[in-house]
Design a protein around this ligand. Sequence first.
Ligand code: FES
Length: 113
Amino acid sequence: MTAQHACMTTDVQPSSALRVELEGASGPVEVAIVRDADGELHAISDVCSHGAVPLSEGEVDGCFIECWLHGSTFDLRTGQPNQLPAVRPVPVYPVSVDGERVLVDVDAPLSFS
Ligand code: FES
């Protein structure tokens, strides 16, 4: 599958997140579309790797999003947690903008190994 429409650029304000459900090759994928403090857009799994709650309901601080349940923070650029209790990263997806449309490819998560 290729990049698909996720939302409009105006749907996500700086330092906020929007939950969307996209269709992946293996079924629905919950994605948080996040605009960081500098205005850059990110697409990160909307499922915390610690307790499976939506990251989109957490606070956005700079290039990080904080899980509201136990306070782990995840790097929007890599999906890596940098605060316990989460120890596993969450997937980060390629995001692009076509006019005012935000496009995400949930079948090609970024790799940082
Ligand atoms: S559920 Fe997210 S840190 Fe525990």
